[in-house]
Design a protein around this ligand. Structure first.
Ligand SMILES: Cc1cc2nc3c(=O)[nH]c(=O)nc-3n(C[C@H](O)[C@H](O)[C@H](O)COP(=O)(O)OP(=O)(O)OC[C@H]3O[C@@H](n4cnc5c(N)ncnc54)[C@H](O)[C@@H]3O)c2cc1C
Length: 310
């Protein structure tokens, strides 16, 4: 396979990746260590750096996948059956020196192509990843939504298992000046094993929901944590508008086009990610009921129970 020349103007590039190892981290998480000829060029940005995976299916092999800068348009033009499904994941850890990086996939049965692949994958299997690369000449690759203002003192984090790898990346680069509470809802208590060790200023609260719907425990636990992290409620002075999660995606991140925080400085920042319904409830609680400035809160209700990734 010929490696395409990479433009320094392009932040994310597609490349073939091979499963080097699989580690059963916990009942829900399988950690895939990926390697390949270009994997040493994956940028180590940590935090909640997202990337794309394209999964092979019985009808959509990877050989038809273009790996140059025009890949996206070409991928979209492939026939439905021949187009490898694409899903979003988080870079868990990069080890450039050994040309490896890890992704933690929460398996949830065989409903989706990503989870099905994760259940069946073996060392040697191949996927295509679209990742931030070190050859990019810009300052910021994008795909990172944990962008607190300068001088932040208190941080509130809320996540379900799909955002747990991102929380780990955030805890590993947590702002030195800040303290905070991270609430994470997972299917099993043992899934806490997938989480990075928090810095001393962060209290981690893991809640295990068992068979209950996603968000059952997250919403009350985050509301309780907000009591500690926030100043007393003022109620919102701004008109509050709910986002219709049936019609669109709940993705409200307070940054400008260049990825800079909308608030230059601020004492408080919240980052909430996971299934849309609890994230929508928490948005309402923080912004409408608790009067939090929406420029201090990143909400990402990016997956919908009962629906494939949009
Ligand atoms: C920015 C970002 C970062 C992400 N990072 C990670 C990550 O590091 N690790 C990770 O595991 N996930 C991560 N996700 C979530 C992942 O992309 C979704 O869970 C995705 O829908 C899984 O694809 P699928 O093919 O398995 O299921 P889909 O084909 O998308 O959906 C099929 C069915 O499965 C349901 N479903 C999807 N995900 C879950 C789930 N986790 N639990 C239960 N039911 C589910 C859907 O509602 C639908 O009914 C991330 C998502 C985003 C947007």
């Amino acid at each position: 396979m010929i490696t395409p020349t990479r433009s320094p103007q392009v932040a994310f590039v597609p490349m073939r990746a091979q499963v080097a190892r699989i580690h059963e981290v916990s009942p829900t998480f399988r950690r895939f260590t990926l390697t390949g000829p270009e994997i040493a060029t994956v940028a180590d940005n940590r935090l909640d750096q997202r990337f794309k995976i394209l999964f092979p299916t019985p009808t959509a092999g990877l050989d038809a996948m273009p790996l140059d800068d025009e890949w996206y348009a070409a991928w979209r033009e492939l026939d439905n059956d021949a187009r490898p499904p694409m899903r979003t994941y988080t870079v868990r850890e990069v080890r450039s020196e050994s040309a490896e990086f890890d992704v933690d996939i929460a398996v949830h049965g065989r409903l989706g192509p990503a989870s099905s692949w994760a259940l069946d994958a073996r060392p040697g299997d191949e996927i295509v990843v679209c990742v931030p690369h070190t050859g990019f000449a810009g300052d910021f690759h994008g795909g990172i939504d944990f962008r607190p203002p300068a001088g932040v003192e208190r941080i509130l984090i809320a996540a379900d298992e799909t955002a747990l790898p991102a929380v780990s990346g955030i805890l590993e680069r947590f702002p030195a000046s800040a303290t905070g509470i991270a609430v994470i809802e997972v299917p099993h208590a043992d899934d806490a094993a997938a989480l990075a060790v928090p810095p001393p200023g962060v209290e981690v609260r893991v809640v295990a929901r068992g068979q209950d719907p996603t968000g059952t425990l997250l919403v009350p636990a985050v509301q309780q944590a907000a009591e500690t992290v926030l100043a007393p409620s003022t109620g919102s002075t701004e008109a509050f508008e709910d986002i219709d999660i049936e019609a669109g995606i709940l993705w409200d991140v307070p940054t400008d086009a260049a990825g800079n925080p909308l608030l230059e400085r601020g004492p408080f920042y919240a980052w909430l990610a996971g299934e849309a319904s609890p994230i929508k409830q928490l948005r309402r609680h923080l912004v409408r009921d608790r009067g939090v400035d929406r420029r201090s809160v990143a909400f990402m209700g990016y997956w919908r129970a009962g629906r494939p990734e949009m």
